[in-house]
Design a protein around this ligand. Structure first.
Ligand code: AMP
Length: 422
């Protein structure tokens, strides 16, 4: 099946071709015709399935078919996302797919100055991608008018609920026109999602795509046993020997991420760190330099890397294993996306044996070990508890144990970062 049969017009087909997509993904095959038919949808689809194009393409098509109304540019499409990173990515996709159409779009999220967003909105935008908190700020300052919204998309609705955005969403719904098309995307179904969809959607078409293969099935994984003090040397060796051009390295702590990026730089490898202590602008710049290939290594903490989507990212390295096993699966899922090959390497010292055992239990398989000549662990070094030694001073650097409940943790995290949830 090709995109030509889905009812999309030439400017969109041209943009799709430029992206190199030859065939619609399962979610796109199902969602595009239904959305073009002006129906509400409730779609169970994870990030990585191509869901963004699944809703953006038909919305752009419908916009281009509709006759210009009283004002040429007013907000007709509102896309809500839980995180800034996802908002930025969806915004990029909207701009890419709408490249040959005359619509204007912008992205609105907190953590950056509001004034440039106000100027953008004043110019008149057709499509706004926003996180709920900052959108409410604009609503209260009357710098955005949502009274003519025809399409509402809730992207990663389950995460929005997990992050405590339900009241913000309710307030936003109040100012939207009653007559509109609603598209709800969620990776999981819970009672809360059911409640939300019941009040939001009109006789929705249910779309469910088979779970894509899990990252632990697609991604080639290896564990390199190594002494803690030699991890950086091994990482430099692997990057240089393998001539790796683009590597995402996970560090457990912010300090550790900064220190490692600095050390790699002094080894002659361009590197930058992203984590919650950096400003949103610094994070966006770091990510964009990394995507453009101007920086070889991006060192990230789990939270900062969440939602990052990099096409064709070939290498992920766990400089330290995460203490929450599920994070391992999220981390390695940054590579091997959309059918591409990916490799995830974990540098594991003796202190982390228990973390490794827990991860292997979770993914239900043993990760192959590679004992690299010259880097074999010194048998005289005994395991030490990882919590000892404090954050970022080289003995594992895990100064804080994380709650196992991800939702609670997300909420705590975003409250801490900004004083208020965004
Ligand atoms: P998403 O699930 O929307 O985050 O998309 C995941 C990745 O799949 C993105 O990097 C897209 O560029 C890519 N993608 C989306 N649609 C297609 C397609 N039809 N063929 C190949 N790649 C695609």
């Amino acid at each position: 099946m090709s995109f030509n049969t889905l009812g999309l017009s030439t400017p969109l087909l041209k943009a799709i071709k430029e992206q190199g997509y030859t065939e619609p993904t399962p979610i796109q095959k199902q969602s595009i015709p239904v959305i073009l038919d002006r129906k509400d949808i409730l779609a169970g689809a994870q990030t990585g399935t191509g869901k963004t194009a699944g809703f953006t393409l038909p919305i752009l098509e419908l916009l281009s078919r509709s006759k210009p109304k009283d004002k040429p540019h007013h907000v007709k499409v509102l896309i809500l996302t839980p995180t800034r990173e996802l908002a930025a990515q969806v915004g990029e996709s909207v701009a890419l797919y709408g490249k040959f159409l005359p619509f204007k779009s912008c992205v609105i999220f907190g953590g950056v100055k509001i004034n440039p967003q106000i100027s953008q909105l004043r110019k008149g935008m057709d499509i706004v991608v926003a996180t709920p908190g900052r959108l409410l700020d604009h609503l209260s300052q009357k710098t955005i008018d949502l009274s003519k919204v025809d399409f509402l998309v809730l992207d990663e609705a389950d995460r929005m609920l997990d992050m405590g955005f339900i009241n913000d969403i309710r307030k936003i719904l109040e100012v939207l026109p009653k007559q509109r098309q609603n598209l709800l995307f969620s990776a999981t179904y819970s009672d809360e999602i059911k409640k939300l969809s019941d009040r939001l959607l009109n006789s929705p078409t249910l779309i469910e795509v088979a779970q894509r293969n899990t990252a632990s099935e697609i991604v080639k994984q290896a564990v390199y046993p190594v002494d803690k003090g030699r991890k950086r040397e091994l990482l430099t060796h692997l990057i240089k020997e393998g001539d790796w051009k683009q590597v995402l390295v996970f560090s457990r702590t912010k300090h550790g991420a900064n220190r490692l990026a600095g050390q790699l730089e002094s080894d002659g490898i361009t590197a930058v760190a992203i984590h919650g202590n950096k400003s949103q602008n610094a994070r966006t710049k770091a990510l964009s330099d990394f995507k453009k290939g101007e920086v070889r290594v991006l060192v990230a903490t789990d939270i900062a890397a969440r939602g990052i989507d990099i096409d064709h990212l070939p290498h992920v390295v766990n400089f330290e294993l995460p203490n929450v096993s599920e994070d391992y699966v999220h981390r390695i899922g940054r590579t091997g996306r959309a059918g591409n090959k990916g490799e995830a390497i974990s540098l594991v010292c003796i202190d982390e044996d228990e973390y490794l055992a827990n991860i292997e239990k979770l993914i239900k398989k043993d990760i192959p070990k590679v004992w690299l000549k010259g880097f074999k662990p010194d048998p005289s070094i005994k395991a030490e508890p990882i919590n000892q030694g404090g954050g970022g001073r080289g003995r594992g650097g895990n100064s804080r144990s994380r709650p196992r409940n991800k939702a609670a943790q997300n909420t705590a995290k975003s409250k801490n970062a900004s004083g208020r949830r965004r």
